[in-house]
Design a protein around this ligand. Structure first.
Ligand SMILES: Nc1ncnc2c1ncn2[C@@H]1O[C@H](COP(=O)(O)OP(=O)(O)O)[C@@H](O)[C@H]1O
Ligand SMILES: [Mg+2]
Length: 602
């Protein structure tokens, strides 16, 4: 039956690093590293023995050539293997780091949904798994791996030393063990700081890190200066860092007492051992050569009693189980099962939200609360509502980033959960408010998955962005020959992205306020342009403004997770409800003639 200690050992982060991750990452390197480790572990005992052999030879008047050569070889190996092993440790650590990074990337990209990236319960693990190699959550693996190697060498070497001492007396190895165990147990108990990942440490670290980034990252530079936040950032960083330092000092003070006890244990053990050895040697029960071997072995073995090996080992190893557990957890939280029905040519009749109820995992209040909405295929639908009304959520549900808890979204009568997921997504072209500005050429910003140049150019033209830049120009100043665009230009690129997807055959386009940075007139112009370019396609325009969407075939007013008004601009104006009030309020701020101009700008 499985021994519980062994089982715990096998589940430990340390075990999973040394017997799992390094082998999965690179078998030959791991074998070389382990081989060198064993070799290095044999050297201190070998040195003790060759010393003993040499002294015996001197004493017996035998030729010294052989013993000297042996000593020389061991000594040279000592000199050479340690730096070699360090170098190998760094390389192996880099490979393991890549391996873990790669697994994390797969784990986060893998699930078809996205709830796993927003789950606070996974946030700390995610931070550790993401940042362990940049030294934020602890020393990087590349840095700590040679400490781990050295510590393991000492332990293995201590074990071999124990065997040698066993030849002296059955009880002798226990002194070595006592020393090692006492540091192991006593210092382990004292290490408050050992938990880099304790909630408190993580929290301080996160705040300190955030303040640091605000201060040094370019994107925050404007507001930092404008709002005079420089002092806030530096103070916050200093306070949080001081608290972390205090905690580590506190841990060190706690350590002091344990260190005293450890010293006493080791002193007592060694005292007894050497006293016994001296007595035996004096009485001639132990030869000079053997005495030297035993004495040196005992000295070498007690070297492993100190150091912070446990701490280094745990710190180095902890990303391994964290990444492993995230793989499962992320799939569980963010995974969505694909259906099997074909989405080919959809939507041909209509998109139907049927009593959709949706609550985010972290919230108590539902965002969509029994929402009903039918969008006939080939028509345009505007969805308007105040900030927080649930418009973006509705768009995300249509892309099936999450599944509703109740009700269903049906396309041509088929629940989108039953559709083949990637095929359905390829039918949807969506641009969200926080669309991505790829640090890639303009061409790829319009068609991230690729498209013929003439389609890309036509899309840019449709979006009113014809002469922005050459298709090959990288849209970032971080690259030679690259350029950056203004906010408005970027929005047109994002629109071109959606239009291009339509040209490539997508069946429905969703624009979730990518125009929010524009003024009312700018947004109205863009929307009209889009409606023109997507005539006859299923188009969904989302806006918190009531005065920019009047040319959509239908307008749905969303409030508190439901559609409260639905109809064309004229119908809703005639209705004299929410839409009309908001429309007049917002449109009234602009001179009517100019507002009308919006129509001819197309
Ligand atoms: N990922 C999320 N996790 C938790 N709550 C969210 C998330 N996204 C949005 N919410 C909340 O859901 C509500 C609706 O948000 P959203 O759909 O973005 O509104 P809108 O797009 O209409 O402004 C808001 O109260 C918002 O705080
Ligand atoms: Mg929104």
């Amino acid at each position: 039956m499985g021994c519980p200690v062994m089982r715990r050992l096998r589940q430990s982060a340390e075990w999973r690093l040394v017997f799992g991750a390094i082998w999965q990452a690179h078998r030959p390197l791991a074998a070389l590293w382990t081989g060198l480790l064993v070799l290095r572990a044999l050297l201190p005992p070998a040195l003790a023995i060759s010393m003993g052999v040499l002294v015996s030879a001197v004493k017996a008047g035998r030729p010294l050539g052989g013993p000297l050569v042996l000593l020389g070889i061991v000594f040279i190996a000592f000199q050479a293997l340690s730096p070699l092993h360090s170098e190998l440790s760094r390389t192996l650590a880099a490979v393991v780091t890549n391996f873990l990074n790669d697994r994390l990337m797969r784990a986060s990209v893998g699930p078809q949904g996205m709830a796993h990236l927003e789950d606070p319960a996974l946030a700390d693990d995610f931070t550790l798994a993401r940042d362990f190699d940049i030294g934020v959550t602890g020393p990087s693996l590349i840095f700590s791996m040679s400490f781990v190697a050295n510590g393991l060498v000492e332990i293995a070497s201590g074990a071999v030393g124990g065997l040698i001492l066993f030849a002296y007396h059955w009880w002798a190895p226990f002194f070595v063990c006592a020393g090692w165990l006492s540091t192991h147990v006593l210092l382990r108990e004292s290490a408050v700081w050992r938990e880099w990942r304790s909630a408190e440490v993580m929290e301080h670290q996160r705040h300190a890190d955030y303040a640091y980034r605000i201060a040094v990252d370019a994107p925050a530079a404007k507001e930092l200066r404008l709002f005079g936040l420089g002092g806030w950032a530096t103070n916050r960083f200093a306070t949080r860092r001081r608290r972390l330092l205090d905690m580590s000092l506190e841990a060190m003070r706690l350590r002091e007492r344990s260190v005293v006890w450890t010293m006493l244990v080791i002193l007592a053990g060694n005292g007894l051992f050497f006293w016994a050895l001296a007595t035996d040697a004096a009485a001639g029960r132990v030869s000079l050569g053997a005495g030297i071997v035993f004495a040196q072995t005992a000295v070498g073995a007690s070297a492993l009693a100190f150091g912070e090996f446990d701490w280094w080992f745990r710190t180095a190893a902890q990303p391994v189980p964290v990444v492993e557990s995230l793989e499962g957890a992320m799939q569980e939280v963010g995974g969505l099962a694909s259906g099997t029905a074909s989405a080919h040519g959809m939507p041909a009749q209509e998109i139907l939200f049927r009593s959709v109820r949706f609550t985010y995992e972290t919230n108590e209040q539902p965002v969509l609360d029994g929402l009903d909405l039918a969008i006939p295929a080939g028509t345009s639908m505007a969805i308007v509502g105040q900030n927080g009304a649930g418009k973006t959520t509705l768009a995300k549900l249509l892309c099936r980033f999450y599944d509703p808890q109740d009700g269903a979204i049906e396309v041509d009568g088929v629940d989108i959960r039953d559709l083949e997921l990637t095929e359905w997504r390829s039918r949807v072209a969506a641009v969200f408010q926080d669309y991505v500005k790829y640090e890639r050429p303009l061409r790829e910003n319009v068609a991230p998955a690729g498209a013929p140049d003439d389609v890309i150019l036509r899309s840019l033209e449709d979006a009113g962005a014809r002469d922005l830049a050459d298709l090959d120009t990288i849209l970032s100043r971080q690259y030679a020959g690259g350029t950056d665009l203004s906010g408005g230009q970027w929005q047109r690129v994002a629109l071109a992205r959606a239009i291009c997807a339509l040209h490539l055959g997508a069946g429905v386009v969703i624009l979730d306020e990518p125009t929010a940075q524009l003024d009312v007139r700018g947004e109205a112009e863009i929307f009209d342009r889009i409606l023109q370019a997507t005539k006859g396609k299923t188009t969904i325009l989302v806006s918190h403004r009531f005065s920019t969407v009047r040319h959509a075939d239908r307008i749905a007013v969303v409030e508190a997770g439901r559609v409260v008004e639905l109809g064309s601009h004229e119908e809703l104006m005639a209705l004299g409800g929410r839409y009309r009030t908001m429309f007049e309020l917002q449109a009234g701020r602009f001179a009517e003639p100019e507002e009308e101009q919006g129509e001819v700008l197309v």
